[in-house]
Ligand binder design. Structure first.
Ligand code: AFP
Length: 338
């Protein structure tokens, strides 16, 4: 596949390489790209179309929803439930599985998504994104249950995100087929392949963590960051730089482009809330872990591979340590030594 080809062509070519493909997967990816283009347009217009600010509602996590959280969720529902390519939809913005309007048209896939991740950044015009994960629906079952969505990350057929930044970039990882980046050409409304077979550099000197949580961190995280901060004079023997966008899509995109490590670890504050992490497993940690692993990086909870976690509910949370393999290995080793 050559640089400059369209996402549509890439999807069709990918389909040709899968003997069992029926075209449904192609249709599903196309629905997702349509949703992302519409969201890109809304994010881009922002205040001009009254899209900034809060809605008068909370999502299932108890977080105040932004107007764009609500609208982008509706965009996803509309684009994904009309064409019969999925059998069910889970979104960060909805408590339960979304009931498909036309039960007679069910596809072979289940979609899990965060339509607008990093939404606290919208009002200050900083990058946000959409994250999605695709798994297979059970065969011969009319209505998928919650349990059907609760598959390990290793079962994902594909995962991706769309970053709404200075450019709109859709990153796609079809299982076993690497990681491809497509940039939206707004002039003719197509995603164009701009980087193929992306590989994360193994070594890095850049970390991303919310340091305001430092006093709550567990010892292995404290140790790792402390050693990074000691720079050339410390045990790591090199100076590190730090970034924190508070938008996971932007952090993962930076890591795919130039390496780095991103951490939202388990800490005492999260535990005191009775939670198992900050980020959501099914539509944040799992899809990002598939992308990062396919790009040669690693993704763990600090203790185990994220893709092998056994989920028990659709909105559950998990600790996340992902990025350049050598750094993730150091953090994971510190946890397992402790
Ligand atoms: P929102 O979508 O609620 O803004 O959360 C974004 C996010 O899930 C992830 O994208 C960021 O990495 C992380 O939360 C930021 O969390 P902090 O605000 O605690 O730094």
């Amino acid at each position: 596949m050559h640089i400059g080809t369209t996402l549509t062509n890439y999807i069709i070519e990918t389909q040709r390489s899968l003997p069992e493909a029926t075209g449904e997967f192609t249709g599903l990816l196309n629905d997702i790209s349509v949703a992302c283009k519409r969201i890109s347009d809304l994010v881009n217009k922002g205040d001009l179309v009254g899209m900034l600010g809060s809605a008068d509602s909370e999502n299932v996590q108890g977080e105040t929803q932004k107007k764009l959280d609500v609208v982008t969720n509706e965009v996803f529902i509309e684009a994904l439930t009309q064409n019969g390519h999925i059998a069910g939809l889970v979104s960060e913005e909805m408590d339960d599985i979304y009931p498909l309007p036309n039960p007679s048209r069910r596809g072979r896939y289940l979609l899990l998504c965060d339509p607008l991740d990093g939404s606290s950044n919208i009002d200050v015009n900083v990058s946000v994104g959409t994250i999605f994960s695709i798994v297979r629906a059970p065969e011969g079952k009319e209505k998928p249950s919650t349990e059907d969505f609760l598959q390990q990350g290793t079962e994902q057929v594909a995962a991706g995100y769309c970053l709404y930044g200075p450019s709109t970039i859709l990153v796609l990882a079809v299982k076993g087929q690497g990681v491809q980046m497509f940039t939206l050409n707004r002039d003719f409304g197509e995603f164009i392949l701009t980087r193929k077979d992306v590989q994360i550099p193994e070594e890095t000197k850049e970390f991303a963590i919310n340091v305001s949580n430092q006093r709550h961190w567990e010892e292995p995280v404290r140790r790792y960051i402390d050693e990074c901060l000691q720079g050339k004079e410390g045990p790591r023997g090199k100076d590190f730089n730090m970034r924190w966008v508070a938008s996971m899509v932007a952090e993962v995109h930076r890591i795919l482009c130039r390496g780095g490590i991103f951490m939202y670890p388990l800490d005492a504050k999260i535990k005191a809330k009775g939670q198992s992490g900050r980020l959501r497993l099914m539509y944040e940690a799992n899809p990002m872990s598939l992308i990062v692993e396919q790009a040669g990086g690693a993704a763990t909870t600090g203790r185990q591979r994220i893709l092998e976690l056994d989920p028990s509910e659709i909105h559950e949370r998990a600790p996340v340590v992902l990025g350049s393999r050598a750094e993730v290995d150091v953090v994971t080793r510190y946890h397992n030594e402790g």
